[in-house]
Write a protein that binds this ligand. Structure first.
Ligand code: IPE
Ligand code: IPE
Ligand code: MG
Length: 244
């Protein structure tokens, strides 16, 4: 049993929940004269490295945005390559599960994915549920608006069937209808690639999250970049509407 939490190089406290928009794969490839899909391959490796690092520093929750509800707009070739990479990645995760010991959850509407991918995601989540280290929430066909709409429909259905009453709905009760039910809100949201926008990520959960933007493209993002983000986070003053 680990009796201490390994700190990043900066020896600083680790936030409880970090979320990352894994962006910039296409531009990384373009800069090298490679097809966009090459960037997705290296991006998948960057995720593997960051997930392992997150575990080693004792992070409790890591949420990553891998494919949005809007990413279907891309060419069939690109979407198929991303889906193929995800399948390969999940197969490897299942194979190496006892070595990595990372708990996986999936946020998003998985019903639009291939039956194979859905099955792998289910198996990954079920078989990794017993691990107690870092929890990785993998956002796949995820959209913040889609998530809120789905919760609203669920609540309306519960009201119609007499299971719930509109006047009794609370923020906590609504949170429990989201994909992220039971997961604390992210403390820090990181977006690499130089874009300064949220692109439909964790709209409800990010109400009081701290943001960190960097020009580094996701395939180049490594443990030292995560340390830098944590360092910046630890210098913020979070007030949640109060006075400090
Ligand atoms: C992020 O990288 C991966 C996905 C959205 C699937 P991009 O593919 O968006 O890379 P850029 O933003 O075009 O560089
Ligand atoms: C956000 O990146 C989605 C993921 C990283 C999975 P996008 O590349 O899709 O976002 P926009 O189009 O630049 O806003
Ligand atoms: Mg992008």
């Amino acid at each position: 049993m680990a009796l201490f939490r390994k700190k990043p190089r900066t020896e600083e406290p680790i936030p409880n929940h970090i979320a990352i928009i894994m962006d910039g794969n296409g531009r990384w490839a373009k800069k090298r004269g490679l097809p966009r899909t090459a960037g997705h391959k290296v991006g998948a490796e960057a995720f593997r490295t960051i997930a392992n690092y997150a575990k080693s520093i004792g992070l409790h929750y890591l949420t990553v945005y891998a494919f949005s509800t809007e990413n279907w707009k891309r060419s069939t070739d690109e979407v198929e390559t991303i889906m193929g990479l995800l399948e390969k990645y999940l197969r490897e995760l299942i194979r190496d599960m006892d070595k990595n010991r990372v708990r996986f959850c999936f946020f998003g509407d998985l019903s639009r994915l291939s039956p194979e991918l859905q099955q792998e995601a289910r198996e990954t989540a079920e078989r990794s549920a017993r691990y107690t280290g870092v929890q990785v929430n993998f956002c796949l066909n995820y959209g913040g608006r889609d998530e809120i709409l789905r919760a609203a429909k669920q609540f309306a259905a519960d009201c119609a069937s007499g299971k719930a009453r509109p006047e009794e709905l609370t923020e906590a009760g609504f949170s429990d209808l989201l994909y992220s039910a039971g997961v604390p809100d992210p403390d820090l949201i990181i977006r690499p690639s130089g874009e300064i926008r949220i692109s439909n990520f964790l709209l409800w959960q990010s109400a009081y999250s701290e943001y960190y933007f960097t020009d580094t493209l996701w395939p180049d993002f490594g443990p030292r970049d995560l340390d830098a983000a944590i360092h910046a986070y630890n210098r913020r003053s979070r007030r949640f509407g109060g006075v400090k």
